[in-house]
Design a protein. Sequence first.
Lengths: 130, 130
Amino acid sequence: MATLKYSRQREAIKEYLAKTKEHPTADTVYMHIREQYPNISLGTVYRNLNLLVSQGEIIKINCNDSSDRFDGNPEPHYHFICNECNRVMDLEMESIDHINKIAGAGFEGKIEGNVTFFHGLCPDCNKGDH
Amino acid sequence: MATLKYSRQREAIKEYLAKTKEHPTADTVYMHIREQYPNISLGTVYRNLNLLVSQGEIIKINCNDSSDRFDGNPEPHYHFICNECNRVMDLEMESIDHINKIAGAGFEGKIEGNVTFFHGLCPDCNKGDH
DNA sequence: TCAATAACAGTAATTATTATCATATTATAC
DNA sequence: GTATAATATGATAATAATTACTGTTATTGA
């Protein structure tokens, strides 16, 4: 497979994702990187995001939202999405991988994993702050 | 709010979803209903699917697939998607709602629910049948 | 039977994402 | 350092899923 060549744009995207806790969409990434590289194209952002996902350096999250979001932390962890403000947050919680065993009981196929996210009210919306 | 009026098309969609175990996409529903109503429009299918979802008569499932799928069974239950053939199946398993409590421990907001689906190899693909 | 209104079919518009392509950058060999 | 080859880029076009619009048709309740 073709060797990966360095690019400032890809580096900037990776750095931005490493810093933020926002779980931004491709479009949000685009708007931020444009501050540093005003000519960057949205296609370049998409291409690099997908590249980084396939390299395992970042992850793509799909919370039934209209567009995919990206997370610079590739370590397995869980996400929460606020029903009110739609913010996506990381959850610090113990693993729930035991649910794979529950799902596998009585299933003829093979359970290899699960995709789970939680929803409700984020700390701010729960307090009534918006 | 406007009163709902009967429509044969909506009824046909509901019946089709009640019968099938396929978890079809809007387009698949469209193709099936066209056998009975050749002039039905895709927009009508989408409008009615969303209507039925908002009435709680069917549910919409999003498995990170390119398009949403629909399930005629609105009772809460879990889904499995095959990594190989992409088929979506119902899982008969006990509730895993206790994971909400696990997620809520140490979280300042309020967990109201979770969206979970499992993936792996379906019974057929697991056996090597394709 | 008729008037009011929701639903329809057909089509255009929108949104997110991917593909194309000529040019610019990066890596490598001399 | 310069030439060569290959990947990455920016600009734009294309695609795919879904939603919005509009004039016509079907359903409802009087």
